[in-house]
Ligand binder design. Structure first.
Ligand SMILES: Cc1cc2nc3c(=O)[nH]c(=O)nc-3n(C[C@H](O)[C@H](O)[C@H](O)COP(=O)(O)OP(=O)(O)OC[C@H]3O[C@@H](n4cnc5c(N)ncnc54)[C@H](O)[C@@H]3O)c2cc1C
Length: 383
């Protein structure tokens, strides 16, 4: 193989890997990126399918952020399409806004709704949103009535399906991702910027990685070339003292020595239709029935205007079984965090080895969070 005369080695060409590669290349460093898949972009990868629809192969990705630095950095490589994401839950044949809001409260509690709204606004003064665990824990019959409805219709079945764990064993951070609005706000995200790259995510990644000092090796497992021993990192058997940025999973790095980290995977079932639209929203969540969690219709996200053609995807969550299953979501329980920390401790003496991103840090991060972390790490490594 080619050229190992490089300053930085990166494992993974998702947001974590691509952004650090670009930032470090711009400081004059020669960067080698290993990517095991046959494409760049990590889980944000998109392409035009046989039905001429731009699809996100690993599930719908909507970029949203309040972080000016992240927005500025990515805007160097893409134009944007504005997209305010709306999600509904299919509940007993009706479509109800997600997050739960005062529109849903009025529909469900009809003549009691004014009283219940007042109560919520009084109890949670000056708050724009609350979380399901706060409602469930609050000692008041009216609040409990609302909490029970939301818990049963929005969270319980959906989170069991998504995580394969009982609601009570999951970390609170999960429920903070989907709040309850104390208003009629009906958009899913609250960030200043809610966008989709105008020419798609893959094009954005091509532009980020298009630099003379970046060399990307696709279909290459970085762990076939990198090894760790007694605080030292080796690249193809030779001592390597430059930074190595690893964005893969830690259990695989250590050959599953302490066992496998728990992740959920997803089976994506794509369906093409010869009609303008399949549904009235970008995403419909199935919170009370079906084995899939949600149906996404890509045309809403990407803004494609094709007539009589559309593609949807249904997402079926399940446990990781085979070596080839893709680990998407770290399962946020106490035990899995503990196992992760055990692996992390093994890296304590490796001062030029950096873990970054959703796999290596065993965290559910949004894209903007990963970009922010990648920009920070590159700043630290630039000298
Ligand atoms: C279904 C789904 C929907 C999502 N929707 C959104 C959304 O709407 N908005 C949002 O902000 N975020 C969303 N996310 C999160 C988003 O995907 C992540 O924030 C982002 O992908 C993290 O980037 P990353 O580089 O850390 O990881 P990844 O994108 O997973 O990239 C890691 C890369 O490393 C490669 N790799 C791993 N190990 C090795 C190895 N040993 N050798 C070589 N290569 C290796 C992998 O193949 C992969 O390409 C979603 C995630 C999922 C699963």
């Amino acid at each position: 193989m080619e050229n190992f005369d490089v300053d930085v080695v990166i494992v993974g060409a998702g947001f974590a890997g691509a952004v650090t590669a670009r930032k470090l290349a711009e400081t004059g460093k020669k960067v080698l990126v290993f990517e095991q898949r046959n494409h760049i972009g990590g889980n944000a990868y998109d392409f035009i399918n046989d039905n001429s629809i731009l699809i996100h192969l690993y599930g719908p990705h909507i970029f949203h952020t309040n972080d000016q630095k992240v927005y500025n950095f990515l805007s160097r490589f893409t134009d944007w399409r504005e997209y305010k994401h709306q999600v509904v839950a299919s509940i007993k044949g009706e479509k109800m806004s997600i997050p739960f809001n005062f529109d849903v409260l009025e529909k469900v509690f009809e003549s009691d709704s004014d009283l219940l709204k007042e109560k919520l606004l009084e109890v949670f003064k000056n708050r724009k949103k609350v979380f399901i665990n706060e409602l469930l824990e609050f000692d008041d019959p009216d609040i409990n009535k609302i909490a029970t409805y939301i818990y049963e219709n929005y969270y319980f079945y959906y989170s069991t399906k998504q995580w394969g764990e009982h609601f009570s064993s999951l970390d609170n951070s999960i429920f903070k991702r989907v709040p309850i609005y104390l208003s009629k706000k009906n958009y899913y995200f609250e960030d200043n910027w809610q966008l989709i790259p105008a020419a798609g995510y893959t094009k954005l990644f091509e532009n980020i990685l298009d630099h003379d000092l970046i060399n990307v090796k696709l279909k290459t497992d970085g762990l076939d070339f990198i090894s760790l021993k007694s605080g030292k990192v080796y690249l193809k058997g030779e001592l390597f003292s430059g930074p190595v940025i690893y964005t893969g999973s830690l259990d695989k790095l250590f050959n599953y020595e302490y066992g496998k980290l728990k992740y959920r995977t997803l089976d994506f079932k794509f369906e093409n239709y010869n009609k303008n639209h399949f549904q009235n929203y970008g995403v419909v969540n199935y919170t009370l029935d079906q084995d899939y969690t949600r149906i996404t219709e890509y045309k809403y996200l990407t803004g494609q205007k094709l007539k009589n053609k559309t593609t949807i995807v249904k997402e079926y969550p399940r446990e990781l079984e085979k070596e080839t299953d893709i680990p998407y979501y770290p399962i946020p329980t106490k035990e899995s965090r503990e196992l992760y920390f055990k692996y992390q401790e093994k890296l304590i003496n490796y001062h030029n080895f950096f873990c970054l991103g959703r796999l290596a840090e065993y965290q559910y991060y949004n894209m903007d969070q990963v970009v922010a972390k990648a920009l920070n790490l590159s700043n630290k490594l630039k000298d």
